[in-house]
Design a protein around this ligand. Structure first.
Ligand code: ADP
Ligand code: ZN
Length: 297
């Protein structure tokens, strides 16, 4: 059996995508695994990886783009493990270790948002842009930042999703983050929307006040990225951004908050705050494919 393909894994708080990619980056097959309790989920994931190898052969390399926080220090004994994550039951779990048990293929690892940022820079909405951020508004909120063409991070990957925010007018929700309560993720993630409104974000009507509140928090994030990193573009992705009324509201609120101060690239807000450009597959999966290719090289 030919084995000219790469295995890409994108792990989020709600679901894990597993995909076979051709050497040229076309998605060949994709399988979804729901993110449940860690050991049961990993068992299903391993079974699916084996089944995929049955169809496509052993992968040449594997790319893993996972929710965090992840230990990405290759000298660490905990390399590839999750550290104190808000996803219940996953702290200390090693994705890398689980995948290593079933395939010896070279593996590249990054956070889901950093991988998605790499994808948007390579083939998506930030091609040719040196300074940008990719934001996912999903079960949690993550931000991958590229500065002068390189992923930003100090001793660890960034954790901008947990920045502090000012309360949106009229919002009395206490916040869902188990560590900080009312940080950005605690107030604006899909999980927080479900807790605040007692129903999943995708079931809220498009004219619900939830979207004004959501746009306020995301605009605060974009303002911070504009003023700190001086990015040229911000890509907003993730499940919650599937609501078409949300991005225009974020643009409008961002514009009001900045109040024409030091707009930089944000002067043209429509070109500054954009949807993902990777649409044939997900930015996270394409990023995982890029990680796999790099691991092989
Ligand atoms: P993950 O966090 O696993 O990467 P997603 O990015 O799809 O997955 O985020 C899941 C979150 O997004 C859930 O909280 C869900 O309620 C929300 N969500 C999914 N689809 C939509 C939609 N069409 N509109 C609004 N919210 C959505
Ligand atoms: Zn937090």
């Amino acid at each position: 059996m030919s084995s000219d393909h790469f295995l890409a894994i994108e792990a989020g708080g709600t679901k894990i995508w597993l995909a076979a990619f051709s050497a040229s980056g076309a998605e060949l097959e994709r399988v979804r695994v729901d993110t449940g309790e860690a050991s049961a989920t990993l068992a299903i994931l391993k079974k699916q990886i084996r089944e995929m190898a049955g169809s496509w052969g052993e992968p040449r390399a594997v790319g893993l783009a996972s929710f965090g926080p992840l230990d990405l220090d290759e000298r660490s004994e905990e390399f590839g493990s999750l550290i104190g994550t808000p996803n219940p039951g996953w702290s200390g779990v090693s994705f890398v270790g689980a995948i290593r048990e079933i395939t010896p293929a070279p593996m590249g690892v990054q956070t889901d948002v950093n991988a998605a940022a790499l994808a948007e820079g390579a083939v998506g909405a930030c091609r040719g842009v040196d300074n940008f951020a990719y934001v996912t508004v999903g079960t949690g909120i993550g931000v991958g930042i590229v500065v002068h063409g390189t992923l930003l991070g100090g001793i660890h990957h960034t954790e901008v999703g947990h920045m502090r925010v000012s309360r949106a007018e009229g919002d009395r929700f206490e916040g869902s983050c188990p560590f900080h309560k009312d940080c950005l993720e605690g107030m604006a993630s899909g999980r927080s929307m479900e807790m605040r409104w007692g129903q999943k974000a995708e079931t809220l009507p498009s004219d619900h006040d939830a979207w004004r509140i959501e746009a306020d928090y995301l605009a605060q994030l974009c303002l911070t990225l504009n003023y700190t990193i001086r990015v040229e573009r911000i890509v907003l992705g993730g499940g919650v951004m599937n609501q078409p009324q949300l991005l225009p509201k974020v643009r409008q609120r961002f514009h009001e908050m900045c109040n024409n101060y030091a707009m930089g690239a944000a002067t043209d807000v429509g070109a500054f705050l954009v949807e993902p450009g990777v649409t044939e597959t997900t930015p996270g999966l394409y990023g995982a494919y890029l990680l796999a290719k790099k691991a092989l090289a």
